[in-house]
Design a protein around this ligand. Sequence first.
Ligand code: ZN
Length: 344
Amino acid sequence: MNPPVRVLYLAGSGRSGSTLVTTVLGQYDGVFAAGELRYLWQRGEVENRPCGCGRPLRDCPLWGEVRRELPTDRAAAIAAGLRGRLRMRGLPALLRRHRRGVRPVPAHPDDAALADLYAAVARHTGARVVVDSSKLPPYGALVGALPGIELRVLHLVRDPRATAFSWRRRRGLDGDADPELMSRPPVGKAALLWLVWNTVTVRLWADRAPAGYLRVRYEDLTAEPEATLRRIAAFAGVDPAGGPFTGPATVRLTPTHSVAGNPSRHRTGPVPITADVQWRRDLSRRSYALVTALTVPGLRRFGYPWRRGGPAAASPAGSGSSVAVGSGRSAQVRQPASAGHEEG
Ligand SMILES: [Zn+2]
């Protein structure tokens, strides 16, 4: 029997820094930054979209080895099956099963292929930790129930006004030249999705298995990048020595082989880690009010102020640093293209 594959699952809402965290973690020894593995079957296998290394996925030598062990001829059916099993309308039933202590996502014949995927990734990369930034909580629950998986959940949270602003940006799915855009939900929908995914993440893991759960806020991550990544590495069981930091807030990135995710995953070379706070200047008053009203329970839980320019967001007890980013406006505002890790 092989030892279980440790999966660090990045959970929560989109546009919270998961692509940055995945790419940075992928630079440590013994870690493989797999990206959003729930999209491997559709965007990777069926659509042959670029791997993090820049090659179309089916031309990437690393994924070539992994793919040989998978039922790639059934990729489209597996992708469709996943979409069906992870639908939003299944959430109430998923939470009921979780409360009763049974598998939140019922078993399915495709689970063998999914378990094989994680085992093959670990075997061919030699990684002790596989980082999966799929984010969607139901998929994380599904992965955690697969045989041979040891799940640790990193819950990334960001101010919902920032994520709603970020979702509205026009971005190609695989970079600026890609005519297919990343989804752009209206701010009200983005706010509700933020509340749902973050609440479900807490219900699934923070309440039940606190030892396998770590919550990190984007604002704390960007205020103290190196210290925060050290905490994340320790949580994942990764030796923090030899990481990519060349300064407290600068990393040197080499290409990863991540599947799907924000286009910023293709960035390499020296990259400064700073907070993207353009939303503080450019999110309209009306949108701010709408997102705030819709996310009130989450604002309180995760320590974000209601009022614009209100008191600095304080970290909830036990989550470490409490430095807020960008309270002075223009000095820290960056243009969207400059940092490239404003989301993910
Ligand atoms: Zn690759």
